[in-house]
Every structure is written in structure tokens, then in C-alpha cells.
Design a protein around this ligand. Structure first.
Ligand SMILES: N[C@@H](CCC(=O)N[C@@H](CS)C(=O)NCC(=O)O)C(=O)O
Length: 291
């Protein structure tokens, strides 16, 4: 049982600015821009404004996979949005995503730019635009979209629920950690059962469902998020681990996870990507090397 003092909510909630923990500078109860800041634009048809969190990595993996398939129209500029510094509240970013969260995409290939926000929506938009990684037969397409939307509905329990209370909250609340650990283990079991019978999440083909799910649940079973591998006993989910390992071997996945990455080994960090050659010449180990 928790020994925290009992809390009785007041009649009307008020914002205690100081109570935001390590996210105090970005959490607030209102939307909209806080400052004027235009977004940069590069030369490619697609402009991505992002950071290599699991939601951001989904999109850079998708773009690298499209390029690997030969879709030159998927060439992109990836600009870094430092969410801990509040870049997502600049007026330019809010114009592309009124929800002030990465990733956000601007498709400048047509007469007027098209904005796309929400990682699932971006994956679907790109899959439809290029006719790739989304099955065309109705049953397979429905299965793929079901898993894509499963991810979008499930990951907030993992990130905002389990991850927040287990790793980030300044006070460890047993009730909250129990509730979300149970749900995350249930989600892992859902995936494990599916992957026991199928090479990929939605069946025989590699799709946007795999691309959406891997950065969250693939990383989780490899013990890479929230240092929670032992706590959740992730080694039990053997089929998810097999699939995560297969995914990690893909060259496009390896490239995608480097883009907009600002932590980890310097050779894995490509803060901005404007050209395919940047992977060889502009990682942080190269940029920081003494000349
Ligand atoms: N449902 C959204 C979630 C995006 C999201 O939560 N992005 C986080 C980083 S992973 C963010 O930008 N947070 C900044 C903030 O909340 O101010 C999606 O899948 O695109």
C-alpha cells in the first residue's frame, strides 16, 4: 500500500507550475504558440520537423525504407525540434502541428504545402502517397490498419502511463505503477501471441504496422526504454524479441533511428538530415572531430 498522504481533489483544478517534475518547462494546460519562430525549409519535397523519440523514429524509418525502395519523391530534410527547449511551441511549428508535438511533416511536392501531424497519420499518408508498406487487398489492409491504430491507442499507456510513473515521476506511486505495468505486460502478450504465428505484425508482409510498433515495443523488449527490462521480465516475450531483432537488422531501420537523434554514441547521432550522404559525413563524431 502507498503511504502517500490522501489527496482530495479540490472543486476546481488549478495549475501548479512548479509541480511538472522534469517536464515543468514544457507541460502546460493550454495550446497554441508561445513565441514567433519560423520553421526552416530545405530543398526536398518533404520537410520533417522531429526528434528521435519512438514517435519520431517511426517516420524517419518509413522515409528511409521508401528511399531504399527507390522512391526518390520521398527525399526529405529532417530538422531538429528540441522539445525540452520548447521548439514545439514556436509559431511555425504550431502551424504545422496545432498539437505541438513531434513528429510533424510538410509535403511541399504539390502547388500548396500539405501539413500532416500524428505519427500514425504520417505513416498512412506516406504509405498511400507512394503505394508502399500498406497492403492493397482488403483483408490484409484492414489487418495492417488495425495494428497501426492498436499502436496509436496502446503506446500512451506505455509512455504516458507506465514510463511516466515508473521512470519520470518524482514520487513513485505503487497504484499507478501497478496499473500501467499490468497493462503494458498485457500489450506485450498481445503482440507476442500475434508474432508467434506471423513473421510480421500484420501477417506475411512488412508494413507500416511494424514501422509504428517497433520503436516502442521493440525497444521495450530489448530493455532499451525506461530501464524496465527486468521489472517487466521482457525476456518472456520471445516472439517479440525475434521480430525486434529482425527489424533492427534492416539497413533503413538503422539509418532511420539515427536521424534527429541527440543522445547515445556520437556516431549514431545525425542531428539533421538533408542528404543521403549525411549518414557518412555529418554524424556528431565527424562534426566534432578536431580538424
Ligand atoms: N500521438 C502523437 C504523440 C506525439 C508525442 O507525444 N510526441 C512527444 C515526443 S515523443 C512530444 O513532442 N512531446 C512534446 C510535448 O509534449 O510538449 C504521435 O504519435 O505523433
Amino acid at each position: 500500500m502507498s503511504d502517500l498522504p490522501a489527496y482530495t481533489p479540490p472543486k476546481v483544478w488549478t495549475w501548479d507550475k512548479a509541480n511538472g517534475g522534469q517536464f515543468a518547462n514544457i507541460n502546460r494546460p493550454v495550446a497554441g504558440p508561445t513565441n514567433e519562430a519560423a520553421l526552416p525549409r530545405g530543398k526536398h519535397p518533404l520537410q520533417l520537423y522531429s526528434l528521435a523519440t519512438p514517435n519520431g523514429v517511426k517516420v524517419t524509418v518509413m522515409l528511409e525504407e521508401l528511399l531504399a525502395l527507390g522512391h526518390s519523391g520521398a527525399e526529405y530534410d529532417a530538422w531538429l525540434i528540441r522539445i525540452n527547449q520548447g521548439d514545439q511551441f514556436g509559431s511555425g511549428f504550431v502551424a504545422v502541428n496545432p498539437n505541438s508535438k513531434i513528429p510533424a511533416l510538410l509535403d511541399c511536392s504539390g502547388p500548396e504545402p500539405i501539413r500532416v501531424f500524428e505519427s500514425g497519420s504520417i505513416l498512412l499518408y506516406l504509405a498511400e502517397k507512394f503505394g508502399a508498406f500498406l497492403p492493397t487487398k482488403p483483408a490484409q489492409r484492414a489487418e495492417c490498419l488495425s495494428w497501426l491504430f492498436w499502436q496509436m491507442g496502446s503506446a500512451p499507456y506505455l509512455g504516458g502511463g507506465f514510463g511516466h510513473f515508473y521512470a519520470y515521476a518524482s514520487t513513485k506511486i505503487e497504484y499507478a505503477i501497478d496499473r500501467f505495468a499490468m497493462e503494458v505486460k498485457r500489450q506485450l502478450d498481445v503482440l507476442n501471441r500475434q508474432l508467434a504465428d506471423h513473421p510480421y505484425v500484420s501477417g506475411d508482409d512488412y508494413t507500416i504496422a511494424d514501422i509504428a510498433i517497433w520503436p516502442w515495443y521493440g525497444a521495450l523488449v530489448k530493455g532499451l526504454v525506461y530501464e524496465a527490462g527486468e521489472f517487466l521480465q521482457v525476456q518472456e516475450y520471445t516472439h517479440v524479441i525475434r521480430w525486434a531483432d529482425d527489424m533492427a537488422k534492416r539497413a533503413a531501420v538503422q539509418r532511420g533511428r539515427m536521424v534527429n537523434r541527440i543522445s547515445g554514441p556520437l556516431e549514431s547521432q545525425l542531428h539533421e538530415r538533408h542528404d543521403a550522404s549525411d549518414f557518412d559525413t555529418r554524424t556528431q563524431d565527424k562534426l566534432q572531430a578536431p580538424t
